[in-house]
Design a binder for this molecule. Sequence first.
Ligand code: APR
Length: 176
Amino acid sequence: MQLQLVTGDITGMICESVDAIVNAANSTLLGGAGVDGAIHRAGGGAILRECRELRRTTYPDGLPAGDAVATTAGRLGCRWVIHTVGPVHDPAIDRSATLRSCYLRSLAVADRVGAGAVAFPLISAGAYGWPKDDAVLQALTAVRAADTAVERVVLVLYDQATFTLAQEVLAAHPVG
Ligand code: APR
């Protein structure tokens, strides 16, 4: 598997080069701010309609933290949006396994739909308060541990500072 770090908006050009982008959603699946807001805005109403149907059928109580589910990407340039719910950071509770599960479950969903290239934002590193360096480390750890047919994973960092930080974390944790 190839792992790439890029800077930018996950709803931008990156969409054209991957099969699926991952949404940093919340359990309601009914949208929000950050990545969630950007994806619903750019993808259009079809995504929300599918999310509402998922809540009516499969997830009446909401998508649990650490789980993932795919919908259409609507007007976005990729084929699927894979929605995952990150854990809220709490220094008193170690929720890192749940954060890694977001990546592992999203890759399992990608395998199920046949997505060969997947772009992730930095799950939980925004509104959910996860320290960015550890958020990158958890992403890296999970992606490297994943038993998946996905050939290319792109980690999309929203700003240059986070991109540089991610490069440093990657350099400090070489493969193998
Ligand atoms: N493209 C790429 N990355 C983005 C974008 C974007 N358009 N917008 C924000 N980010 C970055 C943030 O800077 C952060 O590093 O994505 C990371 C995750 O931030 P959030 O979107 O706030 O996601 P999260 O921390 O998981 O919180 C999820 O926020 O928007 C609500 O509905 C969402 O309740 C959920 C919560």
